[in-house]
Design a protein around this ligand. Structure first.
Ligand SMILES: C[S@@+](CC[C@H](N)C(=O)[O-])C[C@H]1O[C@@H](n2cnc3c(N)ncnc32)[C@H](O)[C@@H]1O
Length: 241
């Protein structure tokens, strides 16, 4: 993409503050609902293993946190830090914050938390901030035996309808008719892994989740690829041992 095109794009990008009020309205936004359900399925299966180490437990861009209910059930909610750049999205986690989780309004790539203190980083649908700076921040924060669980819409799915010259945005049609363009950096597996490795991290596990795994008819926008093709890609990331 040319720098002029990039600049034009950046000028038109919306913020999660612009969509927060209806983001979790599953009838209006069934694609968000289904992607989250698949992401949550992967994360919940992996989160508890991260509680055994002693460090902080972070969820980046939580909106309605997936980590906090699991931590509360395990009696470790006070170790949880929820970091979101959108105060309105973060407010979906108010019950957990009231219950003892810590909340920080900050950007994923500049958390200001101390280095080497985080044993688990959770990021559900982290495509808005999926850039080198974020992965460098992950590498700075995690303990030697810590892990980062990261999910994103899959490249296979998003590339099937995003225009080739405008791959880094996702369209969000708001209830008032506004067509908003959200930052969404989705890469092919090889590119994603290369970005993670360039930050000094390694991918321990990668999974693809498809619409066959949903307990309902998938959202219309998820039906544009074969039901066995992944619509969510999930990664377990660590420091090399
Ligand atoms: C696609 S939503 C996913 C929300 C939630 N994790 C879920 O699965 O339901 C992305 C979230 O990341 C947050 N976000 C976007 N850019 C961010 C950034 N640069 N730093 C921190 N949070 C960010 C948004 O406010 C929003 O809560």
């Amino acid at each position: 993409m040319s720098s002029t095109a990039t600049n034009q794009l950046v000028e038109t990008l919306a913020s999660y503050e612009d969509v927060a009020v209806e983001y979790y309205d599953g009838d209006r936004h069934p694609t968000c609902r289904d992607l989250r359900e698949l992401s949550q399925r992967f994360l919940v299966a992996h989160i508890r293993a991260g509680f055994s180490n002693n460090g902080s437990l972070i969820e980046v861009g939580p909106g309605r946190s997936i980590l906090a209910p699991e931590a509360a059930a395990a009696g470790v909610l006070s170790r949880v830090v929820l970091i979101d750049s959108s105060p309105s999205m973060l407010s979906y986690s108010t019950p957990w914050i009231t219950g003892g989780a810590h909340a920080v309004a900050a950007s994923a790539d500049a958390t200001d938390l101390p280095s080497g203190t985080v044993s688990l980083i959770v990021s559900s649908l982290g495509d808005p901030y999926n850039c080198s700076e974020f992965w460098q921040e992950v590498a700075r924060l995690i303990t030697p035996d810590g892990s980062c669980l990261f999910t994103t819409p899959s490249f296979e799915w998003s590339a099937s309808f995003r225009p080739r010259d405008n791959r880094e945005v996702a369209e969000f049609l708001r209830a008032d008719g506004a067509r908003l363009f959200m930052p969404s950096r989705v890469y092919q597996a090889e590119e994603q892994i290369a970005m993670i490795e360039a930050a000094g991290l390694m991918v321990e596990e990668r999974q693809g989740l498809n619409t066959k795994m949903l307990n309902r008819e998938p959202a219309p926008k998820l039906r544009c690829i074969d039901s066995t093709c992944p619509v969510v890609s999930a990664y377990v990331v660590r420091l090399p041992r």
